[in-house]
Design a protein around this ligand. Sequence first.
Ligand code: FES
Ligand SMILES: [Fe+2]
Length: 380
Amino acid sequence: MNSELQIALLDELVALQVDKQPFLDAQWVKAGVDRYFDPAHFADELAVFRAQPRIVLHSSELAEPGAYRTMQLSGRPLLIVRGEDRRVRAFFNVCRHRGAELVGDGEGCSKRFSCPYHAWTWNNEGQLVGVPHEKTGFPDLDRSELGLREIGCAEHAGWIWVSQQSDDEPDLEAHLDGLHDELGGLDADGMAIYQSETFEFDANWKLIVEGGIEAYHFRVAHKDTIAPLFLDNLSSYQCFGPHLRSVLPRSNLAELQEMTRETWDIGVYANVIYTIFPTTQFLVQEDHIAWIHLEPLAADRTQLRLSTVVPASELTPERERHWRLNHDLTVRTLSEDFAIGAGIQRGLQSGANTHLNYGRFEGALDKFNRSVDAAIAAIQ
Ligand code: FES
Ligand SMILES: [Fe+2]
């Protein structure tokens, strides 16, 4: 993020702090609750997840030619692999002979993928290279028609994106709507994963996104974890198409009033949270990124993968304790959010509320939910 933008974002928050004001939308709004538990609504969202480019891996997770990962993404089995040509491709993890799951284990490195049923074999660029008893069983078989079924995949700014809509490479510049270069500025392509952990919890996926785009709950829900690090109920946001950039000032923000603007460094005085629609959040901190990948499993069940992403050059024994403390704090904070989220889910399904209420300082939640609605409308 360039210095001018850092100063502008901090300036806005310093002024609000001086005036003892939160960042406010014009109005507070009511939002219907069905979107959190209605299976028909979740089916619509599933279609959105498949239509949108989604970040699935950090580039360093597929560092070498042949490196691969399997995953379930929006209910579909995928194989993501870096080919000998170093290009990352995404395929359905499904054999083209009679549909067996091609690769059973979650990750590894391989030049070839051989089906466990009858050993049809593909190379790591998806080309069919082996068919036992081909001449007798499949005379005139055109191998070029039976490459692995490919879906759109792209690599940008250190992240691997998959779009299930087609086999075309997703247009990330258009998708990111103004954040394309800013994401590049995070220098994530020079980073590596310190640790990843996967959790599952009984709540709608949007409840976790929403908890990441307001600071109203910090003083209460996170009083034992991150609350002392931040100012009470102060955060700003800006929309970029369906994506959001939120800025959460840290408790040292007032120091900026004594400093010349040119020396302001946003990393020291605020966390920047990018909500990359629909299911990625980057919590950008002074020296690392907490990356949240949400995988909605059902209207009331969500998988979350938390990765602490750090500069590759600092993945050293000397820094281990520092990264461990940061990672553990994020896990503890998220655990507080999971418990609250599961309680909300039970409450929503009880019928007690027909609507939720988003205050003027919770405007980002309304914007996010409108983006979900717009994405559903766009594909219907
Ligand atoms: S189902 Fe894969 S080789 Fe037969
Ligand atoms: Fe939270």
